[in-house]
Design a protein around this ligand. Structure first.
Ligand code: ZN
Length: 133
């Protein structure tokens, strides 16, 4: 068994909801459409909450929606009309994958580049490490 198998095993044995104190609430994107653009009004606030760089989330959005994205002040502009619910759904997936610790459910994490094109999500609250794409 290698380290990843052990991690997988540990995850499977955890109950769904650990229920330790307050839970992190995934912030909601404030989205509006203007012409052919979709604008996320609270983008910089969101970044502060999830402590991720704009580059990382921009890359994710432009890949998921196949649309160029440009930050503009506190806002993010996506150069196509997009559905608000879909945007929030994808954003929730992003936060679950790249922000929230699978072990303890806390958002106090950062991403470490381990080389060989692999990255790990490191939890500052419980010390858990899990591989991310
Ligand atoms: Zn943790």
């Amino acid at each position: 068994m290698d380290y990843d198998d052990l991690l997988d095993k540990a995850h499977k044995e955890l109950p769904e909801d650990i229920g330790t104190g307050e839970r992190f609430e995934i912030p909601t994107l404030e989205v509006f459409v203007e012409g052919n653009k979709t604008i996320i009004r609270n983008f910089s606030q969101i970044l502060q909450k999830i402590r991720r760089t704009p580059e990382h989330i921009l890359k994710y959005f432009s890949k998921e929606f196949a649309v160029p994205a440009t930050p503009e002040g506190d806002r993010l502009i996506l150069h196509r009309k997009l559905n608000r619910d879909l945007l929030n759904k994808k954003f929730t997936e992003y936060v679950k994958t790249y922000v929230i610790c699978e072990q303890c459910g806390k958002p106090d994490t950062h991403i470490e580049d381990t080389g060989h094109r692999s990255k790990v999500l490191v939890c500052e609250a419980c010390g858990a490490r899990s591989a991310v794409k």
